[in-house]
Design a protein around this ligand. Sequence first.
Ligand SMILES: Cc1cc2nc3c(=O)[nH]c(=O)nc-3n(C[C@H](O)[C@H](O)[C@H](O)COP(=O)(O)OP(=O)(O)OC[C@H]3O[C@@H](n4cnc5c(N)ncnc54)[C@H](O)[C@@H]3O)c2cc1C
Length: 410
Amino acid sequence: MFDIAVIGGGAAGLCSAITAKDTNPSLKIAVFEANSRVGKKLSVTGNGRCNITNKNITLQRYRSNNGSFFEFALNSYNLSKTEEFFDNLGVPFVFEGDKAFPAALQAASVVDALRFECDALGIELLTDAKIEKLEKTNGIFTLFCNGKKHSAKAVIAAFGGMAGLNKFGADSKNYNLLLNFGHSLIQTKPSIVQLKTEPQIVRQLKGIKVDCKVCAIYNGKTLQSDFGEVLFCDYGLSGPPILQLSHLYNTNKKLEISLDLASAYTHEQLFYICKNRQSTLTHRPAGEFFTGFLNKRVGQVILKLSGVNINDDISAIKYDNIKKSVSLIKDFKFIVTGTTGLQNAQVTSGGIDTKDFYPDTLESKKVSGIFAAGELLDVDGDCGGFNLQWAWSSGMLAAHSAVRFIKGDK
Ligand SMILES: Cc1cc2nc3c(=O)[nH]c(=O)nc-3n(C[C@H](O)[C@H](O)[C@H](O)COP(=O)(O)OP(=O)(O)OC[C@H]3O[C@@H](n4cnc5c(N)ncnc54)[C@H](O)[C@@H]3O)c2cc1C
């Protein structure tokens, strides 16, 4: 009989098991992990460097169908609590701008540190241990795993979401563990994901990266903007600012992405620059008009879209062609037709409805003794360490609540 059974040995599960055991070392705690090792997804986060949290954790960086459900957990278990937790594990943070990373800049070392701490505290880490069914009878939980039954007084559900489907242990059947107790599911959708667009233009630019301002536009209104490197792909657009804005497609199906390829200049300044180029670069063919100012291939596509015959002389470029080029450079627009799906997403938008959980304990309103943490809940954040912070904050809160539950003083 375990005091606390944690389902899922990912970021939230490992953090909650350590926090619970630290709080009450006499508790018998087990982590059940479906994969052959814990922290498989965590070990590839942040391109292998683990963007572990962010200096600026604000509520605006998170989304849920249930208002600011996440507020209590994030405020109570904030950056300094997270730094303290990881300092105790021998993992100090370094900052790049607002983004925090482990000093080793190695995601795998974060997993190692969590694993070593579990071993040192006597937490049982059971791998290749997928929980297939969860029941509660007479106040005790039964967890069904590999043909065996395990008992526990409390359960922390931390089995993650659907992002990275088929890669990291995600399985839509996991949600049944909670749905069977009467919880509901908010439809799952990909977030922090590449965007598909109409293919004609992006295909011509496949493989090119441009630094630019990116605006997500719906009904002519800019919803959000970001700066950074955008990658043209045969299916659409990728790169950090695209991933950052991608969640907007979940709520705005007619989303457009506009790239400002020369954000340092106004329309007028850019028009002046172009007129100047035309009078000074007379020796060039029209197709080389933007060479040196824009990526060569991007420049040629812009010229063609503006009606310029790239085999003409530069002098053949007309006033209207220049006007059109300037408009395209400042507002290179792509209609979003979809995303590359949950299998390529970093995070799940949607998940188990948080209305069925108390925000200040993360205990289920449907079944006492079940606590939830991490991505399985309908909470998702921006790119930049915000999702791992949710895993740490909710993991610590669920752990303290579960320990109090076992003690009998909720
Ligand atoms: C490529 C990639 C890069 C990312 N980079 C970052 C980043 O740099 N910063 C950031 O903040 N976020 C990042 N994220 C998001 C972040 O990894 C997740 O938000 C976070 O891991 C969620 O933690 P979790 O514990 O809820 O879920 P997970 O880490 O997914 O852990 C859930 C665990 O539960 C196990 N499990 C599932 N079902 C069962 C079951 N039935 N029984 C037993 N075990 C089960 C799974 O195998 C898994 O190990 C990234 C995601 C991806 C895919």
